[in-house]
Design a binder for this molecule. Structure first.
Ligand code: GDP
Length: 417
């Protein structure tokens, strides 16, 4: 018999309510020993999924005033009997109720054990179980939606469809082993080739979704690079819609590298502003470039800023060199000032799109948002009820299956026995 597990299910801190959850065969018995319902009714299956009001006692000492929900197997999260106790949300209430459960036969759950049981008892498949953790960790509406899709089983369903087709192809292969031994004629291969090709196309499509899926789940690492005083901090403030980075025209102040999260059309952008670091005037240029290189290395996207009111120089040249190696968006800032920079000459040197903005006057920032979604999502972010790969493990396994199937197709086309 599996042990009955118990844990505090809500985040600990000060809150109106908190939840202690139990799962396992003796969870109902355990709670019965510490819970006194006001209506004094017998707790059995007639009370399934009803909220019961009452008090938790530790021996005869009152611990908390609570609501309790008894959920009987098999229609529960873990497919076992589950009980949830809604206590007041303070840490002492939660811990004392937890301890009372522990004293009365439950053991402390390990991390993720409720979901593990749901998986082991067939309530969730593995991709759904992974969806649970992604859903809990989701920070933006897009990552929330994609995790919810996974939890709803869209990915699992797609993979099961693939598996059916693979089994069908496999049955042909096994049949052909006997067939060739017994018969003289050739086997009709067209159908199996067609099926395999069709499946490979579908797998490729799903694999192609994985870059977007990763971005939906984890967000985009964005670096703002450019030489000092081009307006990097000003742009960051515009994107964040607040004065987070200190904007200054005095070089020589040292600040930390600024790292901020912002949501853009449901996507999380984790923005690195390299402007934060300036030391003495002598080393400004060197540090600017070094920091840009460092920040750009880990970035999925560079926002490369140029100052349109200053002429192009060697430093810009170095920054371009970095930006050309990665996905980048070029930004001509300070269009409110007189244009000095020769844009046509700049365009010849770069392999990324160029936008004009004024961070000071908050012009052109919308275009930047559109360019980012165009670049990574072909303009629109579609997550609705769609199987999507968001997880590296899924991506690797699918790629592996794809490669095996591809080599099978080659063999069969080349009549490898
Ligand atoms: P950073 O060193 O690249 O982070 O540049 P900052 O954002 O600190 O800006 C440097 C200076 O340029 C500040 O004085 C800003 O007010 C000014 N600045 C930034 N963006 C604009 C703009 O679009 N137009 C004008 N006229 N000035 C700007």
């Amino acid at each position: 018999m599996e042990k009955t597990i118990v844990a505090i299910a809500t985040a600990t801190g000060e809150a109106g309510i908190g939840i202690v959850r139990l799962s396992g065969e003796s969870s109902v018995e355990t709670v019965k020993k510490i819970f006194r319902p006001l209506d004094k009714k017998q707790i059995d299956k007639s009370q399934n999924k009803l909220m019961k009001y009452g008090h938790i006692y530790d021996n005869d000492e009152l611990v908390d005033e609570v609501m309790v929900c008894f959920m009987f197997a098999p229609h529960t999260y873990t497919r076992e009997d589950v009980v949830e106790i809604y206590t007041h949300g303070g840490i002492v209430c939660l811990k004392r109720v937890l301890n009372s459960c522990l004293k009365n036969g439950a053991v402390l759950a390990e991390k993720g054990e409720f979901t593990k049981r749901a998986f082991l008892n067939g309530r969730l498949d593995l991709s759904q179980a992974e969806g649970v953790i992604d859903l809990i960790k989701a920070k933006t509406s897009a990552s929330h939606k994609s995790a919810l899709n996974q939890l709803e089983g869209h990915l699992g369903k797609k993979i099961k469809e693939f598996r059916e087709i693979v089994l069908d192809i496999l049955s042909f292969v096994e049949y052909s082993i006997n067939f060739t031994e017994d018969m003289q004629e050739d086997l009709p291969l067209d159908n199996v080739i067609l099926k395999t090709e069709h499946l490979l196309t579908q797998m490729k499509e799903l694999l192609n979704s994985s870059n977007q899926g990763k971005i939906l789940r984890d967000g985009l690492n964005v670096s703002i690079i450019g030489k000092p005083n081009v307006g990097k901090s000003s742009l960051l403030n515009r994107i964040l819609k607040q004065e987070r980075a200190i904007v200054t025209d005095i070089a020589g102040t040292t600040r930390d590298l600024i790292n901020e999260d912002v949501e853009l059309k449901g996507i999380r952008l984790n923005i690195n502003d390299t402007a934060g670091i300036r030391e003495t005037e002598d080393v400004v240029e060197k540090i600017g470039v070094e920091k840009s290189i460092e920040a750009s290395e880990t970035a999925d996207l560079n926002l490369v800023i140029f100052d349109i009111s200053r002429s192009f120089d060697e430093e810009d040249e170095k920054i371009i060199e970095i930006a050309n190696r990665k996905k980048s968006i070029g930004i001509l800032n300070k269009v409110d000032l007189e244009r000095v920079l020769v844009v046509s000459a700049l365009k010849e040197k770069i392999n990324f799109p160029l936008l004009e903005i004024s961070a000071l006057e908050n012009r052109g920032i919308d275009k930047l948002e559109d360019t980012i979604t165009d670049m990574f999502f072909d303009g629109k972010i579609e997550i609705e009820n769609k199987a999507l790969i968001t997880n590296v493990r899924h991506q690797n396994n699918l790629r592996c299956a794809f490669e095996f199937l591809q080599s099978f197709l080659e063999d069969i086309k080349n009549s490898v026995p």
